[in-house]
Design a protein around this ligand. Structure first.
Ligand SMILES: Cc1ncc(COP(=O)(O)O)c(C=O)c1O
Length: 473
């Protein structure tokens, strides 16, 4: 309290009034919180070395003007209720705001790249008696699911034991706990640019300073990666692919080179493979980058939200044993353990004999939707540039000028939500880009593109006298 008042005795007028003014100023600056309890008149008088009568008169004046209030039997308080505020960086980007606000029927949402449909999945049954088991109810996750994940990773060239696997509440939690383990406030973290927005939010919450490294058609660019590593970052996060939002894969050569650099410079890694199952490229999948350096402190983060559907909320982290043991301690502070029902369902789906066929069918549908959205955009919005990726959930669309933010507002007024690079990048480099998901049913994609074209060409985004004012700016 005394610190909040500062040098309050300077100024003209009676002491009680100077004191009252100093309290008002401290409340306005936020140095004294709304609803905070104030010291008694006697103890404040002793603390600031004035007579009790001065404090009584100051408090009387503050009560009269409504700045503070006396509550019978409990003391004197700053008026108003404490505000619910969050320290900066804790809320995530605008896209997280959209997730929280939820959908409305009036808006077709191309801004959130998630899989909501579960129609294509085989039926499975989860019995409470099977999951209500002390061995299953652990922050590590259900043993049988950990075994299954370990086998899956070993099969793609990353030898893994079940003891190296932590089941998480989605890949997002895997990223958050890995950031929680390796990042202290102020640490530099290398991140692919543009990237998945959840990683930027998790790193902001951890107090990291993001060092963006651009991505081209072969993934993160080596020359810029080398320069970023020379600055001794605390951590590298990258996606080996399909990459969100560009749909690219990190090439075999780049995986090997980056793996070597990480070991030489002793920099830990988060390798995000969340979208690995949403892939219809003709070539067989490459080994994860971590397979080049299986004992290096690397957290490979995967997701069943992408293999099955978003609401399942099950993912995993694979790391060397001692790292996994640290990650699981951090995870336990978040949720004590992921839902055993969801984990049992993920396991049942993985073990269903029709699983691979159903996944291939689902991916064919997604590939068709990607092609359809590209074709619809080419026809209705010929100034826009994009190509169909062979994996992932979104198109990374280039507009003819840096107008994405303005256009996003116009699109929303026309009933389509689109994502701009705000939240996907800490640079200002992508102001001409939109991320549009194609993971919606075909009628929604058709309607969305019709509305986008109206918004693009429409009067409300056109300056008077110009037909295509957004283009080229
Ligand atoms: C690249 C990437 N990583 C992680 C996640 C988070 O996945 P989950 O739903 O399992 O938390 C997503 C989800 O969109 C993603 O696209």
């Amino acid at each position: 309290m005394v610190d909040a008042l500062g040098g309050w005795t300077t100024g003209s007028g009676p002491l009680y009034r100077l004191l009252a003014r100093a309290v008002t100023a401290a409340v306005e600056r936020g140095d004294l919180d709304r609803g905070a309890r104030l010291p008694s008149e006697r103890s404040l008088a002793a603390a600031v070395d004035v007579s009790r009568g001065v404090v009584v008169a100051a408090y009387d004046e503050l009560v009269a003007d409504g700045t503070i209030e006396r509550r019978q039997g409990s003391g004197t308080f700053v008026a108003g209720s404490p505000e619910v505020g969050l320290p900066p960086g804790r809320e995530g980007s605008a896209l997280f705001g959209r997730l929280v606000e939820g959908r409305t029927d009036a808006v077709i949402d191309l801004s959130i790249s998630v899989l909501h449909e579960a129609r294509w999945l085989p039926d499975v049954t989860v019995r409470a008696a099977d999951v209500a088991d002390p061995a299953a109810d652990s922050p590590w996750g259900i043993p049988a699911l950990r075994e299954r994940v370990a086998r899956g990773l070993s099969a793609v060239g990353l030898p893994t034991g079940a003891e190296q696997v932590v089941i998480t509440t989605g890949a997002q939690q895997g990223i958050s706990i890995a950031a929680g383990c390796w990042v202290r406030p102020g640490d530099a973290v290398v991140v692919d640019d543009p990237t998945y927005p959840g990683v930027l939010s998790a790193l902001a919450a951890a107090g990291a300073v993001v060092r963006p490294v651009p991505v081209d058609r072969d993934g993160i660019v080596l020359a810029e990666m080398e320069a970023a590593l020379a600055d001794r970052p605390a951590l590298v996060y990258l996606q080996t692919g399909p990459h969100s939002p560009t749909g690219t894969h990190l090439s075999r050569h780049r995986r090997a080179v980056i793996a070597r650099w990480l070991v030489e410079r002793r920099v830990p890694l988060i390798e995000d493979v969340a979208l690995e199952s949403v892939d219809w490229s003709a070539t067989p999948p490459l080994r994860p980058l971590a397979a080049h350096i299986p004992d290096h402190p690397a957290a490979v983060v995967g997701s069943f939200s992408k293999q099955f559907w978003a609401g399942l909320r099950v993912g995993f982290v694979r790391a060397p044993g001692p790292v996994a043991a640290r990650l699981v301690r951090v995870k336990a502070t978040h949720d004590l353990g992921s839902s055993t029902v969801s984990q049992a369902m993920a396991l049942a789906l993985l073990e269903h004999p029709g699983h691979s066929r159903a996944l291939a069918r689902r991916n064919r549908v997604l590939a068709r939707r990607a092609d359809l959205l590209v074709a619809l955009l080419a026809e209705a919005l010929p100034d826009w540039r994009c190509s169909a990726p062979d994996g992932g959930l979104s198109l990374w669309v280039q507009l003819p000028g840096p107008v994405a933010a303005r256009f996003a507002d116009a699109a929303l007024r026309h009933g389509v939500a689109v994502a701009t690079a705000d939240g996907l990048s800490v640079t200002g480099r992508h102001r001409d880009r939109l991320r549009l998901t194609f993971a919606l049913p075909e009628p929604d994609l058709r309607e969305a593109v019709a509305r986008l074209a109206t918004a693009w060409n429409g009067a409300d985004v056109s300056a008077p006298g110009r037909r295509r004012p957004l283009a080229g700016r």
